[in-house]
Design a protein around this ligand. Structure first.
Ligand code: FAD
Length: 445
């Protein structure tokens, strides 16, 4: 740490209840400067000092940060002390000297930087990304890529092998054919079988190789092969940002990007300041007909996570946010590489059929199953369906929850979970609410 930062660090440490992260000041010299900084920090601390329980800079508290990336949103809660964040901020070489950042701004900067990195690599929604350049190339030689890209594709190929090709990133042309990719022009008519067969000639994960040595690279054996990383790269970006927080010594956090979640440690209860486990909710798969949801979003099951030894992950793939409606037909955005068609084509006129609504994959330890892998397996098990998906989940020892809607009213939901799911401390909504009631009654006694 340079002398300047050291000096700033000491100065910021002297400011009472410093909830803000002090930046390089440099306004004026001498005592005026100290007075000015104290006034400015006190003014910025007012909401913290008067409206919130008194938490000193050395006490644990939950800091929140949020942002946008990959066409979706991200949210983070980090349980740390303000002093920890001051240290991190002062050591952060990328920060701008002029601003006095709040702890939340620092966290947003640290997390957004990692998520943006994956957007630059894996987004088919931008022409300058690595994946768009690979897709545009018709060479069948090795194509140099970043280590992160090689890791993402390596994970995708592993899941493809373990699920007999149900997960297959080379489905990109079929994803685009059904308008689930960047091409959002309206689909006039359903693609014909002939059209689908022609496109399927360019699909198949065995036509794609990945290597790390002598340098990271991808190799297509079909010149027109293209890849879509939407089913795995979001989970990978959560792993990357989560590891960054852990390397900075922040071992209690929950980070969610578009429904893929990684968490570690515990949070602090804002009222009692007690440490509590992270409780993650799995949403009931609603039905959205003509953009009108059949029910308000509701949590179906709650799952407790609290380990400091390792980080955990939860990834859900559902058919209720990203779907296509053509006339009375509704398609989910999961493509079965074997048929070349969406796994689910719902004809509104037969709304009585039971249908899979979501698949959630849990991981107790990201060292064993990363958020990226959970993300890809959730997509794969949705494509496989409950029966086949459960068989492979049992074989892999994966913790999986399948939620199916009894019919399109989505008033009734049935669940099927793998045996490994039983080892989680999970409660349905009413069990969770009853537990809450009992706890409230007990605390009154
Ligand atoms: P998941 O279940 O995680 O993935 C389903 C997606 O995987 C499908 O949408 C399809 O793309 C793909 N897929 C379908 N079938 C298969 C299969 N059999 N095997 C493998 N993959 C399959 N969206 C925007 O609207 N604007 C953006 O700017 C944008 N940028 C993005 C940048 C990146 C780096 C990524 C990864 C995605 C981006 N997206 C963008 C897409 C969006 O963020 C989600 O990734 C997408 O909606 C799928 O995420 P999900 O969690 O809903 O579904």
């Amino acid at each position: 740490m340079t002398a300047k930062q050291k000096q700033l660090k000491n100065q910021s440490k002297n400011v009472p209840g410093d909830n803000q992260v002090q930046q390089g000041g440099g306004f004026v010299n001498g005592s005026i400067r100290v007075v000015l900084v104290v006034i400015l920090v006190a003014y910025m601390l007012k909401p913290y000092l008067f409206d919130k329980p008194q938490t000193s800079a050395g006490e644990l508290q939950n800091f929140t940060a949020r942002g946008k990336v990959m066409g979706t949103t991200w949210n983070a809660i980090v349980c740390a002390t303000a002093n920890q964040l001051v240290e991190i901020n002062n050591a952060d070489q990328t920060r701008s000297d002029e601003t006095i950042d709040s702890c939340e701004v620092l966290l947003a900067r640290v997390i957004q930087r990692k998520l943006d990195r994956i957007d630059e690599i894996a987004s088919t929604y931008r022409a300058d990304s690595e994946v768009s350049k690979f897709n545009a190339s018709q060479s069948t030689d090795w194509f140099d890529v970043s280590p992160e890209m090689a890791e993402i594709v390596d994970i995708a190929q592993k899941v493809a092998k373990n699920t007999n090709g149900a997960f297959d990133i080379t489905v990109a042309p079929l994803v685009n054919l059904y308008r689930f990719g960047p091409n959002k022009s309206p689909l006039i008519a359903l693609p014909s079988d002939k059209q689908i067969e022609a496109i399927k000639q360019n699909v198949g994960f065995s036509n794609l190789e990945v290597r790390f040595e002598p340098k990271p690279g991808l190799k297509k054996s079909i010149p027109t092969l293209t890849i879509d990383l939407s089913g795995v790269a979001k989970g990978y970006s959560v792993d990357l940002a989560g590891k960054e927080l852990e390397e900075l010594g922040l071992d209690s956090y929950m980070l969610e990007v578009g429904g893929e979640i990684r968490c570690r440690g515990e949070k602090v209860d804002a009222d009692t300041l007690e440490r509590k486990p992270w409780v993650l909710g799995i949403q009931t798969p609603e039905v959205v007909v003509n953009d009108a949801a059949s029910r308000a979003p509701e949590i179906y099951r709650y799952v407790n996570f609290n380990s400091y030894d390792h980080s955990s992950a939860l990834a859900t793939s559902g058919d209720y946010r990203n779907y296509l409606q053509v006339g009375s037909f509704r398609f989910s955005h999961f493509i079965d590489p074997r048929t070349g068609k969406p796994t689910e084509v719902v004809n509104e006129n037969d709304s009585k059929a039971e249908r899979l609504g979501s698949v959630t994959v849990l991981s107790k330890s990201c060292d064993e199953l990363s958020c990226a892998e959970a993300d890809a397996y959730a997509t794969a098990f949705f494509v496989l369906g409950v029966k086949k998906g459960s068989e492979i989940a049992e074989k892999l020892g994966a913790s999986v929850l399948f939620l199916a809607r009894k019919d399109d009213s989505a008033k009734e939901v049935s669940e099927v979970f793998s045996s490994a799911f039983n080892s989680y401390d999970s409660k349905t909504l009413d069990q969770f609410e009853n537990k809450d009631q009992t706890e409230k009654k007990q605390s009154k006694k």
